[in-house]
Design a protein around this ligand. Structure first.
Ligand code: ADE
Ligand code: ZN
Length: 333
């Protein structure tokens, strides 16, 4: 068997965790179409094929426009349940045993959808995932960084009522021009309330946004972070503090952060000893779930079995699981 066949087999059969997945980004065109009919919500597409052919993006903002439009079909608790359950079935297929999912409440509450409807649908599906398949999960609530900090305080209040379900808060949406410092007070308050913090930084934005996420937002993980290699001092800091970087290779290609997968800097990050792992981000939009991300990236960057093992182990190590559960999975890889 060739080296790459070995790697592919290993990826498929090994238990894995995923730490960077927007649940709204797992909305497959088929379900989007079904929900648009069920809820009588107009979408600007006539067929599933038309939806799929609209998925050509030139940067993050061009994707976000379509992503928020797609989310408009999500109305009822059942819709959020169905969305999450479909992702869980993908987890089962890909042998993902633990997942930490983002949700964007403000893209729903601003349309008049009750926060409780959103969180209940997601949570019920995750509870079922645990009882039927043993899949464990955590929920991270993201603030939309293109909105004002003041508006984000409102949604933090909702999250406080659901501390039993939400482990942390994150920051996503349009990065350039919306620096972490805009949300310093909000994150201070979230930390006071006991939430862990993470933030998208250095996806398209400069290394300075990664520095500020660490220093001002006190994040436990950086989401993406691929721009860090532009700043040697930052790389040293990330290594010294063992900060996880939740890299999403297929996302970076679809959003033109790198021109092709062969030119992605994941291997360079690995070689520098950074704590990186692979994730799918918005798999319904970017052409693949976790196994596809791992397999395509391994092929394009010629990763060997040892490097793939490091990526998968890094994911468990960087998760918000308790130490016992982490060690339990790490011993199996
Ligand atoms: N929301 C969903 N996917 C995102 C991404 N890749 N970057 C920022 N915000 C997002
Ligand atoms: Zn993301």
């Amino acid at each position: 068997m060739s080296n790459i066949d070995n790697v592919v087999n290993f990826i498929k059969k090994t238990p894995k965790s995923e730490l960077h997945l927007h649940i709204e980004g797992s909305l497959e065109p088929e379900l989007m179409f079904k929900l648009s009919k069920r809820n009588k919500i107009e979408i600007p597409f006539k067929s599933v094929e038309e939806i799929k052919s609209a998925y050509n993006f030139s940067n993050l903002d061009s994707f976000l426009k379509i992503y928020y439009e797609g989310s408009n079909v999500l109305i009822t608790e059942e819709d959020f349940f169905d969305l999450t359950w479909e992702y869980i079935l993908r987890c089962k297929k890909d042998n993902i045993v633990h997942t930490e999912i983002f949700f964007d409440p403000q893209s729903h509450t601003t349309r008049g959808i009750d926060f409780n409807v959103v969180i209940s649908g997601i949570y019920k599906a995750l509870t079922k995932a645990n009882s039927e398949f043993g899949i464990t999960s955590k929920i991270i609530m993201c603030f939309l960084r293109h909105l004002d900090e003041e508006l984000c305080f409102d949604v933090l209040k909702y999250a406080i009522n659901h501390k039993d379900k939400i482990i942390g808060v994150g920051l996503d949406s349009s990065e350039k021009g919306n620096p972490p410092k805009k949300f310093k007070r909000l994150f201070e308050e979230a930390i006071k309330e006991g939430f862990l913090t993470v933030a998208h930084a250095g996806e398209e934005g400069p290394p300075e946004y990664i520095w500020d996420s660490l220093n001002l937002l006190k994040v436990k993980r950086i989401d993406h972070g691929v721009q860090c290699l532009k700043d040697e001092k930052l790389v040293e800091k990330l290594k010294e503090k063992n900060i996880p970087l939740t890299v999403c290779p297929l996302s970076n290609i679809k959003l033109c952060v790198f021109d092709k997968l062969e030119n992605h800097n994941l291997k360079k990050m690995l070689d520098k000893g950074l704590r990186v792992m692979v994730n799918s981000d918005d798999p319904a939009y970017f052409g693949g779930y976790l196994n596809t991300n791992l397999i395509e990236t391994s092929k394009a960057l010629n990763l060997n079995l040892e490097e793939v093992k490091i990526l998968i182990r890094n994911s468990f190590k960087s998760s918000f699981l308790d130490e016992n559960s982490k060690n339990n999975w790490l011993n199996k890889i």
